[in-house]
Each structure stands twice: as C-alpha cells, then as structure tokens.
Design a protein around this ligand. Structure first.
Ligand SMILES: Nc1ncnc2c1ncn2[C@@H]1O[C@H](COP(=O)(O)OP(=O)(O)OP(=O)(O)O)[C@@H](O)[C@H]1O
Length: 302
C-alpha cells in the first residue's frame, strides 16, 4: 500500500508555545485514520498545516508523493476537507449549494453528479430546505458533499462528529465506511472522543500537547485490550483473598472502593459467583467488562 500523506518532524510555534512539536506520521491509501486528542492538543493545527491554511515552523509534508511546495499545492486538488465548521451558502438548498460548487470546479452537466453525491451523504430528500435551516448533522453532511463533489482521493474532516447524537454518529459512520469501501477514499478524521471513532477508523494516532504520543491499528488495540470481571462487594478483603488464594485469579487496580477487578473472562463469571456465594461473601454487583476506550485514551495522555 502506498503512502498518501507523509508528515515529517512537523512543528508549529506560536511565540514560545508549541501547537505542534516534532510530529511525524504517514497515512496509507485506503486507511481511515482517526486523529485523537483533547481540546487544544493540536489536531486542527496539524490539519491546517497539511491543507496549507497555515505554515509550519519546521518540518515537511508530502501529499500524494509531492516533493516540492508547488507539487504539494497541486496534490491538494485531490483532497477534500471540512475544517472547523462546514461552510455553505445559508440561503441556498443542498442542491443549489452543490450546483454552485460545480460551477466553481467547472464541472459540466452536473445534475447526475449532484444527485449521486447527495445520495452518498443521505441528503436526497431535503428539497427546498435552505442550509440555514439544516440541523447540525445535515450541515456536516452537506460540508462533506461539498468536499466530495470533485471526487477527492483523500478527505480530511476536523471534528465532524462534534455535537451529533448517537443516531447521527451511527449514520456518519455508515457514510464514511461506504465512501471508503465503494469509492476508495482515504480519510483523516479528528475527534476528541476515541470511542466515537473506534468503530469507523482503521488506525489511530493520539496527539497530546502538540506531540504524537502513539499510533495503533484497530487490531493492535483489540489485542491489547483486556477482558475482566468487576465485582462490587461490601467485603472486598475477604473477596480478594478468596479470588487470589483459592481461585488463583489475579486482581488489577480498581479505582473505586468496594470494587475488585478480576483478571478473568466472561465465561468464568458463573464459577466465580458460585464460589463467592459458597463463601458467604456479599455481592452487590458483578459483570464482565472490557478495557474502556476512554480510560485507555486518558491513561495515554496523562
Ligand atoms: N492562532 C493561534 N495563536 C496562538 N495559539 C494558537 C493559535 N492557534 C492554535 N493555537 C494554540 O495551539 C494549540 C493547539 O490548538 P488546536 O486548535 O490545533 O487544538 P485542537 O486539538 O484542534 O483542539 P480543539 O479540539 O479544541 O479544536 C492550543 O493550545 C491553541 O491554543
């Protein structure tokens, strides 16, 4: 697989403050790359440098193999982006906005293309409704449609999930996966919530205080994440000694008092309950858990 984007040792300073510090990453064709970081971590700055909206203080960016700044600018024609908020004309409908974009891109006879693009983003039925009356989710979709109209190979979306409700997030996920699978579009999607990107992205980069802390694929994450059993009890000491000494399970750190985290799989839960009951140890709750994505993320950036 070829690299569509290569960022090397990129830094951006505002006075003494680093918005980006020595960031290097590469994105391969066909990937959906989730760029995850807290507010102020540097996501938008990285995206703005890649799309030439701002200049880096040092480092290099290569898009579609570009070697010079001019080639980089040309390569951005094969890129579509929605950065910060989706921009469209308030007084125009979805169709009219896309029709206007087609004029700008000098696309002749755009009717079929506009209809196809609206179908891809799920805005076929918005009729005469004007952009100013769209919901946030609809605005995001039209932003993506505008970025899609010239058939880019790479799409860069800055916080597209912000403010969407769970149904909106699910629809967004389906849309991105269709565009990725059917049209082969590579994506970079930023978010401050790892779990929202978990189901859509194939690779993740965690950015904190301007630095790329780690990168991992979805498979890496699934292998590293562990199953465990949470036991809530008013007798944690007795429960701990039974679980460790008699049942030979290990315990891992639990944050809450009266809660034990047992290194065991879901299918072992019944056997553990049986032993606790036999030993007369109170159980106020017991359930199987999976390492929490947000906890994994906060552990990485603290
Ligand atoms: N024009 C600017 N002048 C000074 N500092 C800036 C400027 N733009 C960004 N910064 C700082 O750079 C850092 C990174 O900001 P950036 O907007 O890239 O973060 P982000 O990860 O996109 O956050 P958010 O999720 O809040 O958009 C922040 O500390 C921000 O205050």
């Amino acid at each position: 697989m070829q690299n569509i984007l290569e960022v090397k040792n990129l830094s951006k300073q505002y006075g003494q403050q680093y918005a980006l510090r020595d960031v290097s990453l590469s994105i391969r064709k066909g990937e959906i790359y989730g760029l995850i970081g807290k507010n102020g971590a540097g996501k938008t700055t990285l995206i703005k440098v890649i799309t030439q909206l701002i200049h880096a203080s040092s480092g290099s960016v290569s898009v579609f193999g570009s070697q010079t700044s001019k080639e980089w600018t040309e390569a951005l024609r094969k890129t579509g982006s929605v950065i910060e908020t989706p921009v469209a004309y308030n007084q125009m409908t979805a169709y009219e906005n896309l029709s206007y974009c087609c004029k700008v891109h000098q696309i002749d006879q755009p009717d079929q293309l506009i209809k196809e693009t609206l179908a891809y983003v799920g805005l076929t039925d918005t009729g005469k409704k004007k952009f100013r009356n769209f919901s946030l989710g609809m605005k995001q979709r039209l932003g993506i449609a505008i970025a899609l109209i010239h058939k880019p190979e790479l799409m860069i979306l800055d916080e597209p999930i912000n403010g969407l409700d769970p149904l909106g997030i699910k629809e967004f996920r389906n849309m991105i996966q269709r565009l990725n699978q059917e049209l082969g579009i590579t994506f970079i999607i930023s978010s401050h919530i790892l779990s929202e990107l978990y189901l859509v992205a194939s690779k993740f980069g965690i950015i904190d205080q301007g630095q790329l802390v780690t990168e991992f694929t979805k498979e890496d994450f699934d292998q590293a994440s562990e199953d465990y059993i949470v036991l809530k009890t008013s007798e944690p000491e007795q429960a701990a000694s039974l679980i460790q000494e008699k049942l030979h399970y290990q315990l891992k750190d639990a944050d809450k008092a009266g809660e034990l985290h047992i290194m065991a799989q879901e299918q072992e839960l019944n056997a553990i309950v049986r032993e606790l009951v036999l030993a007369n140890i109170s159980i106020s709750g017991i359930y199987a858990a999976h390492k929490d994505l947000e906890k994994y993320f906060t552990d990485l950036v603290q």
